[in-house]
Design a protein. Structure first.
Length: 271
């Protein structure tokens, strides 16, 4: 895709989807919403359930993320799959988001870190990742020549988007593709995304890029709320940490959200 037209290749599909799924946004912007953001793909067993809080819970009937797909791969390959179990909605979201970015802005696949163990619960050094609703995602990057490359690891980037590790010296944070990932996540309806943890300076890079390109104001508004630098852990200058809300079905079976409930989140119907 040409840099001068960052949203061009998905315009028709995006408008068609938005017209069907979100009439209030249709027709107000040449690229109303990322395509493919409806319900999770496929049908899954009724036993799948995220239980408890993200930092104190379990995963029942989760499904594994494939080691490698057309638009994604696990960091560490098959060894990582032991910690790449998620809710059906989360796994579907990751595949969908990777596909949206990969087909809209060509480049290497999205590289994924841990989600949860097969049965959830405490996962290594992580404070959360216990219920299949959290995932670590490596940044999209470019090499010194400007070519898009697959992320090498969890390496820190500074406020100008420069990699600070010796293995990726001269590499940069791919603002365009990383923003495409964020905009896809914040517009997801199933699951609905509560947090995208990432450092403040990298947030500013993406938001400035989006503003220059005339991003839809509602996507901008949501991104400004959902993106956050956590105060109780690392600033997340080396990866995204995405957390989804409990589904309505999982809430009835003990899934618990913590923190804010954003104003655009659908409230479950009363019985």
């Amino acid at each position: 895709m040409r840099e001068g037209s960052p949203f061009g290749s998905a315009v028709a599909l995006a408008i068609a989807f938005a017209s069907a799924a979100s009439p209030s946004l249709a027709g107000t912007h040449p690229d109303v919403a990322p395509a493919g953001l409806g319900a999770a793909e496929g049908e899954y067993g009724a036993t799948a359930c995220s239980q408890g809080a993200a930092w104190n819970g379990r995963l029942q009937g989760g499904i594994p993320m494939e080691v490698k797909g057309e638009h994604h791969q696990l960091h560490g390959g098959r060894a990582r799959q032991r910690t790449a179990w998620g809710t059906p909605d989360m796994v579907a979201l990751l595949k969908r988001a990777a596909r949206v970015v990969g087909t809209s802005v060509e480049g290497p696949p999205l590289v994924l870190g841990s989600i949860s163990d097969q049965d959830g619960g405490k996962l290594g050094r992580h404070k959360s990742h216990q219920t299949g609703r959290d995932v670590d995602i490596l940044f999209y990057v470019t090499d010194p020549s400007g070519a898009r490359k697959r992320a090498l690891g969890f390496y820190e980037f500074d406020g100008q988007g420069n990699c600070l590790h010796k293995r990726c010296r001269g590499w940069t944070f791919d603002v365009q593709r990383n923003w495409w990932l964020v905009r896809t996540m914040v517009w997801s309806k199933r699951p609905e995304v509560q947090w995208i943890f990432v450092s403040d300076p990298l947030q500013r890079l993406m938001l400035a890029y989006a503003a220059r390109r005339g991003e839809h104001p509602e996507i901008m508004r949501r991104a400004k709320k959902v993106m956050a630098e956590p105060g109780n852990s690392s600033p997340h200058a080396d990866h995204f940490h995405v957390r989804a809300y409990c589904s309505a079905a999982d809430k009835r079976r003990g899934c618990r959200d913590g923190g804010p409930m954003w104003d655009w989140i659908r409230k479950p119907a009363r019985n």
